[in-house]
Write a protein that binds this ligand. Structure first.
Ligand code: ZN
Length: 148
């Protein structure tokens, strides 16, 4: 599978997600996989007060983190598919497009998605999707809104 960076430039709803190494537009090759926090510290790291974090985790065993997810991208320069931890940063002025911060997904994040640390850190898409669907069946996610 080979794609050039400029191949999809006419696609209208293109998100501005760039390879951290090459600044080349990345092609998404997976769905977004939501992240969940099951420890108060994970919420505190994201600016939630300790008191609120404790309440949220007590109330919902897994709290969905808004504006963050895991997603696999293909980079034509890297010639590789990688899983990234994506953080969406909304602009203060809503007429501007959101920006996205990418970092290689560390193994701790797989635990926040699947409840299991993957031994190799970067599972195949199919294996990961199977785990994810199993996890979602067992977690009823309540509505939960906070801004980061
Ligand atoms: Zn790249």
């Amino acid at each position: 599978m080979q794609k050039r960076c400029n191949r999809n430039r006419k696609r209208s709803k293109r998100r501005a997600i760039f390879c951290p190494t090459h600044n080349c537009v990345l092609d998404s090759v997976s769905q977004k996989h939501s992240l969940f926090a099951d420890r108060p510290g994970q919420l505190q790291e994201r600016g939630i007060s300790r008191r609120n974090a404790l309440m949220l985790v007590a109330d919902q065993s897994a709290v969905m983190l808004t504006g963050e997810w895991l997603e696999a991208f293909w980079c034509a320069e890297c010639q590789e598919t990688r899983w990234y931890h994506v953080r969406k940063q909304e602009r203060e002025n809503s007429s501007q497009a959101a920006s996205y911060h990418l970092s290689i997904a560390p193994s701790e994040l797989w635990q926040q998605v699947t409840g299991v640390i993957h031994p190799r850190g970067n599972p195949s898409v199919s294996e990961f999707t199977r785990r994810q669907s199993r996890m979602l069946r067992h977690n009823q996610i309540k509505d939960f809104n906070f801004t980061i």
